[in-house]
Design a protein around this ligand. Sequence first.
Ligand SMILES: NC(=O)C1=CN([C@@H]2O[C@H](COP(=O)(O)OP(=O)(O)OC[C@H]3O[C@@H](n4cnc5c(N)ncnc54)[C@H](O)[C@@H]3O)[C@@H](O)[C@H]2O)C=CC1
Ligand SMILES: O=C(O)C1=N[C@H](C(=O)O)C[C@H](O)C1
Length: 248
Amino acid sequence: MKTIIIGPRGKMGKYIVKWAHHMEELEIVAGVAPKGRDYIGKDVGEVALLGEMTGALVVDDLEDVIEKGEVIIDFSDRDASMEVLEQAVKYKKAYVCGTTGFSEEEKDRIAEASKEIPLLYAANTSKMVNIMNRLLESVVKVLKDEVDIEIIEMHDRLKKDAPSGTSKEMREIIQEAAQEEVPVEIHSVRAGNISSSHRVLFGGIGERLEITHHAYDFECFGKGACDCGVFLKGKKAGFYTIKDVIAM
Ligand SMILES: NC(=O)C1=CN([C@@H]2O[C@H](COP(=O)(O)OP(=O)(O)OC[C@H]3O[C@@H](n4cnc5c(N)ncnc54)[C@H](O)[C@@H]3O)[C@@H](O)[C@H]2O)C=CC1
Ligand SMILES: O=C(O)C1=N[C@H](C(=O)O)C[C@H](O)C1
């Protein structure tokens, strides 16, 4: 699939470039970065510090390259993603969005766009996190009336949003499994260069259960993002999630 990567110099962008470059099913055709960056016009591989050239260039206007692409993979920020969404709809391109921190109104716009294009939204593209989500459902169904449920999420000091998108999704998953609004407190820590960590603590009397995921770097998310891109090949317009990609 001909792939356009938004923010190839970003922490996620670099891993997406790495996986997209090595996956047979994907071909990078362009990267898009904010205006004014000194690497506009350079090869995506050079910009993403890949150590190899890709033959695709970084531009500062998605509209200049969008016709070349079949899928856009975007892990950037809220404002940028809203602009990408608009272009994806205008040019009818498949869209993978992993940006977090959207308002309810922005989430509604994303859902609305999925009526016109194949759109996959995933706040977390790690396979293990999505296995953890299934474990949470099982635990909640049995223990919901006996425990206090706390989520502790930790990320690096530069992360823009808090709580993390993943922890908010975990809270929704827990409440859906409980079939009621059980209280779930989220505690956010931002410190140094901690890479994504999510712990769900079920506090009982005389014992506690903790389910935790630590990412050592963004490798798992980069691979998952590219798997999502491959998944959208040939898909009809609709709202897809990581659950559709990771069949369990
Ligand atoms: N769904 C998932 O599994 C994951 C999601 N994320 C989310 O992805 C987003 C990005 O995270 P990081 O890579 O850590 O941030 P980052 O700040 O390192 O990278 C963001 C990139 O977006 C680019 N960007 C910003 N505005 C742009 C525009 N108008 N046009 C083109 N590019 C633009 C920046 O130049 C930068 O390269 C965050 O919302 C984060 O929460 C991060 C990791 C995993
Ligand atoms: O480091 C980040 O930023 C991450 N953001 C996502 C989130 O907000 O949940 C996913 C992962 O935790 C990494």
